[in-house]
Design a protein around this ligand. Structure first.
Ligand code: FE2
Ligand code: FE2
Length: 476
């Protein structure tokens, strides 16, 4: 295990102290980050929060849990262990040693990939800023803040790469990462889903399930990168990301459990009147978050994605486990598209459709959560089920953009779409009804009426543990 140096102003396992220039540059960025956190980070005033902090990057026992004031969280730079023997696993450089420096010809593309990834991390913190005010429990509040501080750390991870490997341009990009803001009309975040508001906790759980999971898949491709510092950074980020997935999976699950319980108890689908969220509204939230997250994968066919692969910048999900030649020069695959009001398929070069390859891996993974949630419905004795909508539903990017596709995969006319849109996507009214249920429950061990408690607490603590100490009134 590589221990993390906590004596430094910026905790790190990259020997930052041995590079004074880099250290000074990052120490110059640090107060700007803290300003950003104060202005656009969690709005609810707290004294301290039971948070995990990375203390090593090894397989076992990498994290330490303690109550810390959030603004004193030790955001730092943690890369997974280096493998001095590591070689490139795919593309035209397959078999060559991984790069420890940025090759000149790939500099612009690599920087762009890092900036786009880096931009999503603080964006989600901004999107979730006010959720603390309506947390359904102290346990959930703690999980929200854990996700927030770690997204802040993921920003650090990308800013380190920009500062360490991309010179003055990299430092300028690092500044911009704090200047663009989610939903800002003049300087929005780069990707669409990161400019949507996170209005309530059901959306937060859907976000951590579907949108953080997109992040997981993007990191999975960068973890294969020939540029070794990027690969090692992403490998460690994926460890943290696992908790974000957990928050989403179990958050939706507990919401569904409570809904199911009330549906059975009152023999009705209308559980809003009993203080929980109707299952069809949960389905609409799912439809929305899944479809905007699918857009994050980009167009099915992309010359850029193919070039990134061939030149070794980005691999495929689980690249080294794939049983092919890892170059794909002569391979083809099937791709769906819309023509004459129908969904058809055709063969396309595999290299041209790597975004689709990644998106399909993602969809298969998303299906697992839906299965779990349906198990909760089945266990309650209900017939109703949740489903992932068709890949073409509500899409703004790729082959389905400009077409209307129903959740069950029928191509619709504009008129048919507008007749049914309100049945498939959350309406203002739906969001208002959900918002009405979002009342804070800050008593330890208690939960808002719309969500079931979890089975266990965090880090073997009881569910009713004092995970968060709120700021005392007047001191905030
Ligand atoms: Fe992240
Ligand atoms: Fe995340």
């Amino acid at each position: 295990m590589t221990p993390v140096d906590y004596d430094e102003r910026i905790p790190n396992n990259v020997h930052l102290a041995s590079d004074r220039r880099l250290q000074r540059a990052l120490e110059g960025w640090q107060p700007k980050f803290l300003d950003w956190w104060k202005t656009l980070g969690p709005a609810l005033p707290t004294k301290d929060v039971y948070l995990r902090t990375a203390i090593a990057v090894g397989r076992d026992g990498w994290a330490h849990f303690a109550h810390v004031p959030m603004e004193e969280y030790r955001w730092g730079i943690f890369l997974a262990e280096p493998d001095p023997e590591r070689t490139i696993a795919f593309g035209k450089h397959k078999g060559e040693p991984a790069w420890q420096e940025v090759p000149g010809e790939h500099r612009a593309d690599l920087m762009r990939l890092i900036v786009v990834q880096g931009d999503t991390e603080p964006a989600s913190v901004e999107q979730q800023r006010i959720l603390g005010n309506t947390a359904p429990s102290i346990y959930d509040l703690r999980n929200l803040f854990q996700v927030n501080v770690e997204e802040g750390r993921h920003l650090w991870a990308m800013v380190y790469l920009l500062h360490a490997y991309f010179g003055r341009e990299g430092r300028e990009e690092a500044e911009q990462l704090l200047k663009r803001n989610s939903g800002d009309l003049d300087a929005p975040r780069i990707l669409g889903a990161f400019n949507e508001e996170t209005t309530d906790w059901l959306q937060f759980f859907m976000f951590t399930y579907f949108t953080d999971r997109d992040g997981k898949y993007q990191l999975g491709t960068l973890k294969e990168s020939s540029f070794d510092p990027l690969a090692r950074t992403c490998e460690f980020m994926l460890k943290e990301e696992a908790h974000h997935m957990f928050v989403g999976t179990t958050g939706v699950q507990r919401t569904v459990e409570r809904t199911a319980e009330l549906m059975v108890e009152h023999d009705t689908k209308d559980v809003f009147q009993h203080g929980a969220i109707d299952l069809d509204v949960i389905q609409k939230y799912l439809n929305f978050q899944y479809s905007v997250s699918m857009d994050l994968f980009g167009s099915e066919q992309s010359t850029n994605a193919g070039n990134y692969f061939t030149s070794g910048l980005k691999g495929r999900w689980h690249e080294t486990r794939r049983k092919d030649d890892h170059e794909l020069l002569n391979d083809t695959r099937e791709m769906s598209y819309v023509e004459d009001g129908e969904i058809k398929t055709r063969e396309v070069p595999a290299l041209s459709a790597l975004n689709l390859d990644l998106r399909n891996e993602y969809t298969a993974d998303c299906q697992n959560g839906v299965r779990r949630w349906n198990q909760a419905l089945e266990d309650a004795g209900l017939e109703e089920r949740l489903t992932l909508p068709h890949e073409g539903f509500n899409r703004k990017v790729g082959v389905y953009a400009g077409h209307h596709v129903s959740p069950d995969g029928r191509v619709l006319t504009d008129e048919e779409w507008s007749q049914h849109e309100d049945e498939w996507l959350p309406t203002e009214e739906d969001r208002r009804k959900v918002a009405e249920l979002m009342v804070p429950e800050y008593e330890y061990g208690k939960f808002a009426g719309w969500i079931a408690p979890p089975l266990t607490g965090i880090n073997d603590q009881p569910v009713e543990f004092d995970y968060v100490h709120l700021a005392e009134e007047g001191l905030a």
